[in-house]
Design a protein around this ligand. Sequence first.
Ligand SMILES: NC(=O)c1ccc[n+]([C@@H]2O[C@H](COP(=O)([O-])OP(=O)(O)OC[C@H]3O[C@@H](n4cnc5c(N)ncnc54)[C@H](OP(=O)(O)O)[C@@H]3O)[C@@H](O)[C@H]2O)c1
Length: 222
Amino acid sequence: MKIAILGGTGDIGEGLALRLAADTPHRVAVGSREAEKAENKAEEYTTELESRGLDATVAGGENAAVAADARIVVLAVPPYHVGDTVEAVAESLEDGDVLVSPATGMKRDDEGFHYHKPGAGSVTEIVADAAPEGVAVVGAFHNLAAARLANLDADLGVDTLVIGDDADAKRTVADVAEGIEGLRALDAGGIANAPEIEGLTPLLINVASNNDDLHNLGVRFQ
Ligand SMILES: NC(=O)c1ccc[n+]([C@@H]2O[C@H](COP(=O)([O-])OP(=O)(O)OC[C@H]3O[C@@H](n4cnc5c(N)ncnc54)[C@H](OP(=O)(O)O)[C@@H]3O)[C@@H](O)[C@H]2O)c1
């Protein structure tokens, strides 16, 4: 399957691109608002994979171009720009494609990070509202630490919670996620449950920043 990671030039995009290319048979492309930036990042990621003796490559291109070629399109962009990004690539999406939202809106004050719930109810809901008809929306990867993903020497041993209103799309994304070594995908219900999952991300950051040796932590449910 082809997977496009829009904003794949950023932190979580790098981690997802490296892990998906290293551990799964899927073809991964990173997107950017600037084709050249994505091409350079894709080359950097491929060099990292090759340096580890892995026979894997990452392609790169402008967001709409990589989305046009993919069945799964991950929106690895800031939460306040998911709607614009879906609109920018909408004509490149086809019936049966799946949009994946890992985004969480957060505010920071002196105490730490706090969930910034958007008016729509959640960032995943904003994506669902913007998605063209026939394109399913799934939330996943919210609670993973980008730096831990991008460090291919690091064991993951964490869960990702997957939400969606289309059971087939949710299963497809869960299967892709579980292709990453050390990552378990758990079904957390429909998009209505997104606020609880998005709200877990600031909690993880607060725990990480207040406890030594807990940087880049994730969650394992047991
Ligand atoms: N970092 C984490 O550990 C982590 C973990 C889980 C989930 N997330 C979520 O994943 C998303 C991306 O996080 P990140 O840390 O990877 O962010 P980031 O590095 O700050 O940004 C990712 C990419 O978004 C693109 N971008 C920036 N401004 C944009 C705009 N106005 N419109 C469209 N694209 C824009 C940029 O790509 P181009 O300039 O190349 O277009 C950038 O490389 C966020 O929504 C975050 O909540 C992050």
